[in-house]
Design a protein around this ligand. Structure first.
Ligand code: IPE
Ligand code: IPE
Ligand code: MG
Length: 246
């Protein structure tokens, strides 16, 4: 039986989030500039999106650029932004052919105007697609997201639009960038690093974490299937006992 057949369609993660890491190290290993690693990383993005659509995963969120990544050398940032524009232009067809809706989370106003414009265009063009939602985290940082939530909620309290007693988990969730996405079920990080790096801190509260040593440009369909299978073999207890679950 191949990997795909082993997947239990009744137990699919509703939302997979991926910290796509290791492009630089991949390039260095091959003796290339870091930019080549980023370029090759787009192949892994395409494979991942396709296999999610094929298996029936409804929500995929990819960490493409963090608020902290602005501190990288100017040239690398420029390369990444250019790559974003060219990938969006190239992938719009795949998104339309596969009925995939594109969304973006993060401080999008910080993106160069060209990248922002291209992104908005693809978001608009794919807005009626409904097989799967692909969310790109761009200039995204979880602390920035939570801070802006706190500020907006405080303003509502100050303006007496709501009472402090009305602030609950659902209310906070409704103010997140990810307000229309379910919680993350499976968080994958490639490249052997075992950290969260300011990604979706609220949303991964009960996610299953999966770390692999594979560098992002080498990540292929089978690797994602492997991660899903691993996820399906775990017992998610949400605070209960094993006996309560079974
Ligand atoms: C991930 O790969 C891509 C981004 C963070 C934009 P890296 O560029 O972080 O690659 P490493 O970690 O240096 O290998
Ligand atoms: C996290 O990767 C951000 C993205 C994958 C876009 P980094 O490579 O920037 O993370 P750190 O700085 O090593 O934790
Ligand atoms: Mg990295």
């Amino acid at each position: 039986m191949n990997l795909k057949e082993k997947i239990n369609k009744q137990k699919l993660p509703q939302h997979i989030a991926i910290i796509m890491d290791g492009n630089g190290r991949w390039a260095k290993k091959q003796g290339f500039l870091r930019a080549v690693g980023h370029e090759k990383g787009t192949v892994a993005v395409r494979e991942t999106v396709e296999i999610c659509a094929e298996t029936g995963v409804k929500n995929l969120t990819l960490f493409a650029f963090s608020t902290e990544n602005w501190n990288r050398p100017k040239l690398e940032v420029k390369t990444l932004m250019k790559l974003l524009v060219s990938s969006l232009k190239k992938e719009i067809k795949t998104l339309m052919d596969n009925n995939i809706q594109l969304k973006a989370i993060g401080c999008l106003d910080n993106l160069p105007s060209k990248a922002k414009k291209e992104l908005e265009e693809v978001i608009e063009k794919t807005s009626n697609n409904n097989l799967m939602t692909l969310t790109l985290a761009l200039s995204y940082g979880s602390r920035e997201e939570l801070l802006s939530v706190i500020k907006r909620i405080s303003e509502k309290v100050s303006a007496q639009e709501i009472e402090t007693s009305e602030i609950n988990e659902d209310f906070v969730q409704q103010h997140l960038y990810t307000h229309d996405l379910p919680d993350v079920d499976l968080l994958i990080r490639t490249s052997g690093e075992r950290r969260i790096s300011n990604f979706l801190l609220w949303q991964i509260a009960y996610a299953e974490l999966y770390f692999t040593d594979i560098l992002w440009p080498d990540f292929r369909k089978e690797d994602l299937l492997e991660a899903i299978l691993n996820y399906q073999n775990r017992e998610r207890r949400f605070g209960k006992t094993s006996e309560q679950i079974n």
